[in-house]
Design a binder for this molecule. Sequence first.
Ligand code: SF4
Length: 251
Amino acid sequence: MVSGKTMGYTGIEYAERSFNTIIGCRHNCPWDCWARDVATTRHASKYGEDFGDIQFFPDRLEQPMHTKKPQRVLVNFMGDMWGDWVFTDWIAKTLNACEKAPWHHYIFLTKNPKRYADLMREAPFGFEIVRTNARPWLGTSVESVEKIGRLDDLINATNNAHVLRWVSLEPLLGNPIDRSLESKLFHMDWIVIGALTGKQPKQPEKEWVEWLVQLCKDYNIPYFLKDNLKFEALGIEKVQQYPNGFKKIVE
Ligand code: SF4
């Protein structure tokens, strides 16, 4: 998370680097948002105190080019770059920067996966990233069954596209045991499961995690249990898999 020549490192354990060109978010999630906390406190001198004030940093667009070793890169996890409030031009410039360094694996995450559909359109923006070897990882967050519509939007937006489709069940706040959810998760290439952290942390129920793990095993979907799960207390084995064929590339 530096302004300058190189991408910053990330503490999120499934990636190595972060590429932050667009900071801020207007989803106003009611739980402790790590990005909002960091941006508006530790980095307030740089980003200000209003996380809803969306900012673009074009001076960072060259950063991926300057890291030659292939890395898993989190793109704009300090907000939601696919929010309806983000200028398409900012998204296009960010994607173009990724296209120029296709040796990395770019990981995207949104609560507004409908907007990925823009990525699939040829004109007027021509987001070539879906046609490069980079094969972007396009994900959405689902914290409870009520948000299942995001999976429909993700699936519809990425149908037949050369992308890796994934879901972040973090924080897992509600019971996921649901046949309808199962039928959507079946379409994922990778599933991440995590707990609520922050000032009022909350672990998911053991049977919720067990059900998801069994589903991943049944459908042969790689899954990643985040370090914020209390494995011993839950009595669950820590398993951190990557999408098929993607671990080796960066090691
Ligand atoms: S969508 Fe993400 S960045 Fe935005 S408020 Fe919610 S947790 Fe924070």
